[in-house]
Design a protein. Structure first.
Length: 99
């Protein structure tokens, strides 16, 4: 699966979900994210809720130390100079993909 490019300024979380679902950004947005205001971005609990509605069990937690991530894991990077609003990444079999 090729990486999915975010089409909204704060749509990196949606792009990560689209990558996992193997769907286009547009279809994923239409089918699962119509109720969200992407002008403010997405919270981890909202992404988890979308997966739960599809019968997929996703969890979120704060990670203080390095752990081994698996394909399909989504990580939120906290706000920084490089990412002033934070950023979501998804783990693929080839490495990390920016949403």
């Amino acid at each position: 699966m090729k990486p999915i490019t975010q089409e909204d300024a704060l749509g990196c979380g949606l792009a990560c979900v689209a990558f996992i679902l193997k769907k286009s950004y547009k279809k994923t947005k239409e089918n699962h994210f119509n109720e969200f205001d992407l002008k403010r971005g997405l919270y981890c609990r909202e992404i988890k809720g979308v997966f739960l509605k599809m019968g997929k069990n996703y969890e979120y937690s704060y990670v203080k130390r390095k752990i081994k991530f698996e394909e399909g894991d989504i990580v939120y990077i906290k706000k920084s100079k490089e990412y002033p609003t934070g950023h979501y990444l998804v783990k693929s079999k080839h490495g990390w993909i920016l949403g």
